[in-house]
Write a protein that binds this ligand. Sequence first.
Ligand SMILES: [Zn+2]
Length: 139
Amino acid sequence: MSAVPKPLPQITPEMAPFWEAARRQELVVQRCRGCGTYRFPAREICSRCLSRDAAWERVSGRGAVFSFAIMHQVYHPGFADAVPYAIVVVELEEGARMVSNLVDCPVEQIEIGMPVEAVFEPVTPEVTLPKFRPRRAAG
Ligand SMILES: [Zn+2]
């Protein structure tokens, strides 16, 4: 355990449904009711069709690594035990892109296009962090 806890995400009113779902081990993404586009993080207006009508929908949690960065520097003392770790941008099957951590994978094995799936890491009673891990071909 780190002596200093990792900082937790700010739960904003517009993202509250996302964090509520994560506590249930579900991944949800905001979807425009005008054009059907999935978007993350939540926005008030669709950048494609300008509709304000949107709903949260459960997604598969499956996606692929779109890009990634490997963090070697300790920018916050809470991460001192975690380096090196990977920050990934995952493109979900539904189309939205989400920034998260990749777990259960040595950082040198991360590749663009690698299939991944969501996993959930409970941190506090309020916060469960959705993360991603490599997806086995058979799974
Ligand atoms: Zn739209």
